[in-house]
Write a protein that binds this ligand. Sequence first.
Ligand SMILES: [Zn+2]
Ligand SMILES: [Zn+2]
Length: 617
Amino acid sequence: MNVLKRVLVKEVLRMAFRDINKNTTNGQRDSVHGEFGLCEDWHSVREQVQVWLNDQDNESVIRKLLDGITVGTKWNKSSQIDETLLDNLLSFLRGQLVYCIDKVVSSSYLTQEFLSERLANAGCLPMFGFPTRVRNMYTRWPRSGNPWPPSSGVIERDLEVAISQFAPGSEIVKDKAVHTACGVVELAPQGSRVVSKPGFVPDLNHGNPSPMGICEHCQAVVYLPGTNNPAPGGVVPDIQDCPICQNHAMRCLDAREPRGFISTLSPKDFEGSFDWSPRSSRPFLGIKDINAQQKQVNNVCISSFADEIISINDNGGKGGFDLQKAKVFDNNYSGVYAEDNDGQNVTVGGPSFRIALLAKRHTDILLVDIDNWPQGVFANPTTVEGRSAWYSFAFTLRMASAALLDVDASELDAGFRVTNKHGIPSGSAFLCDKLENGAGYSSWLGQEENFKNLLIQVTDDNSISIFSRWMDIKHSNACDTSCNLCLRDFYNSMYHGLLDWRLGMDMIRLACDQNAKVDLTSNWGHRENPWQNVVGCTTSRITKTMENLGYKTHINVGGLNVYIHKRPQILIERHPLWTDEHPVYQKIVMLIKEKYPKHMIIPMNPFVAIRRPADYV
Ligand SMILES: [Zn+2]
Ligand SMILES: [Zn+2]
């Protein structure tokens, strides 16, 4: 839904609920439950909302609302509303809105209790007035509900940052003290008192309606069927068969959204050092059936749509944190769950559950897929080279998009998603807006003309393009993988080891032209292939490494380096995205086999040779 539609829906629902509540004999709807009540009560008012929308008398109200919203926009020229727009919106409100809300209410992906909040999170209402993204960590147990939030003893973070920085065991410094996070709770004022509520949605006394599966082999992220009970603590969650790559490698995570956090309530003096935890959750795009329109631009298929971006902190692959019911200063409070800790103030008991921390964000997404792969070239998401290519591609697009839109790169997130295409796991890069419900960047980039310009922005051989900056001899000679002058920045620090500017640029070249030569030798336009900096001359780092590993003979066959060990074993150096089906590789294998029939032939590539040379021992 676009912004105009969201604002109109909110205002129309507000009017409808106001009239419906006026006619309700049992008094006002509880305003604590938000303007539109609880999700579970929706079915009791949906008919009345439909009647209100159909009522001809209310058409003038809607017209007036739309008039107010569109003043000064292109839909409202000289105080005349665009009649086609009005007709379209009226038929949406009358024919579809109630069904849209039904869908949101019954969705197991959404967990908000209040209808208004859930509709906003589903992208049906504007987010204004829903501070749902900010999470508190209480470092002191508040005794009074006034003022609220308490004036001290609270640290605030955006939810996505909070699931890393407030995760159990993380330390955070504030006011010369080190606070150790240990659990979750939601606290709310009730008069002058403070009440505790479940720290997770859904609460740990329920199962999880949509646990997440993350495949360790192909990186696919899928929504799994609901469970009846929370995942047991003390054990790493089960591995299941992955529906995308069929490997027995999908970790099932009981991931839940924290409503608030609590520290051990026993701060230590800050003595200049503490365990700083960098962001440890990555943005994911799960697989759902979304029929977004696909557009063809050069050799890519792009689509833009709104969906949920998920961030998960699974405690470094352990599947989550072991949490138990907790007492605070020896008092029972409902909804407080914590990890066993050294402090005396938050103590735990009873069964433990292994829960991953989840942050969801509904926003605009741009999906970018390579259309045609040349024979024997593929970025396979189950290999480290393939993953590197996708991440490097995504972060190159992100950097170029920020330049094209003239915004800071931190306004956009990037990643890649894996789906099953023609029976094999295949990647697509994605960009998404950082802002809840989108700032419009990704949908703008999803227009053919703009995406075309984006590719030009990267590849143009002028002094300011990414291409010419990275290809500059000073950079290309010095940067074997990635550095702060090319792909690395503060926000992608968790991918630094994986990012590679040459692979990123190869993917961009392929995106521009399906006939682009992806290899280690062919010129890029009138410039020398930058892989030559790494593999080119006989004094290259790789040649020396191979010599040290016992590959004493080094020959060049058909442009490819071949390293021969007396073991007998032969390494053929090829591009990181080449597969065994590449015609040039196959030809060289034949030549080598004739000459060295007893040797075992193994493909090698500079990506792995630089990062993990021991793989070729
Ligand atoms: Zn898989
Ligand atoms: Zn670099």
